[in-house]
Design a protein around this ligand. Structure first.
Ligand SMILES: [Mn+2]
Length: 235
């Protein structure tokens, strides 16, 4: 696979089916889909908490799948701690989903890689089955594939790691610095934030709905100019 210029839209924390802001959450999905189209991105990364809980209606799930299908470009989606509908965590019954071929859902507990040879892009993700301090979202990150772009999608809390890691799904700056990839797409914190250290660019995208500024990350992977990341504020 050769490296060519790609643009990716990175989003997270849509919380569809929220009891608190159900309509606003659906508007957030619409903003994301509109932005993906208007920016003409090559692929979409969803860094967890797409759904709010296992109580999401089948209608909402069907709507989300339909929106992703109609995007007609690869969507890479790693479940976060709220996506027990998909992971079956917290005793939720896992809903059998029939996904369109452009939607790649990370299900393997130890993490897995999806590759789009058409894009020259590999994406690794490890779903949150056990939102606890012992779960490490970046644990088991494999070596970079021999060719093409390599992006990581993770849902967790970036911490300095100096004290004890007493928060759930922790990610340390050391882990970010040591990750051998081109971009780390993070979710769990609902505001756009650059957490890059010495390693690859690592960003929280912010959420596309709610009361805080509504953002996604636009990521450009360029063989000549390298990787650049900018927040896109959603109307
Ligand atoms: Mn979360």
């Amino acid at each position: 696979m050769s490296k060519r210029r790609l643009t990716l839209l990175h989003t997270s924390d849509l919380h569809l089916g929220s009891d608190v802001y159900p309509t606003e959450a659906l508007r957030g999905l619409r903003r994301v889909v509109n932005a993906a189209r208007s920016q003409g991105v090559d692929a979409v990364l969803v860094a967890g908490d797409l759904f709010d809980s296992s109580r999401v209606t089948e209608e909402t799930v069907g709507h989300v799948i339909q929106e992703f299908r109609e995007l007609a470009r690869p969507v890479f989606f790693v479940p976060g701690n709220h996506d027990d509908l998909l992971t079956g965590a917290n005793g939720a019954s896992r809903q059998p989903l029939s996904l369109p071929p452009n939607v790649h859902l990370f299900r393997e507990a130890v993490g897995e890689t999806f590759t789009s040879s058409a894009l020259g892009l590999s994406v690794w993700g490890r779903p949150v089955y056990d939102h606890s301090p012992s779960f490490r979202p970046l644990e088991g990150l494999p070596a970079r594939p021999s060719d093409g772009w390599f992006v990581v999608v993770a849902h967790g809390l970036v911490m300095d790691g100096q004290g004890t890691l007493d928060r759930s799904s922790p990610i340390t700056f050391r882990e970010l610095a040591q990750a051998d990839c081109d971009y780390i797409a993070l979710g769990h914190v609902h505001v756009f934030r650059d957490v890059t250290r010495e390693g690859p660019p690592a960003f929280y995208s912010g959420a596309p709905s709610g009361t805080q500024p509504k953002t996604v990350s636009l990521v450009t992977l360029d063989p000549t100019d390298g990787v650049s990341v900018e927040p896109l504020t959603l109307a």
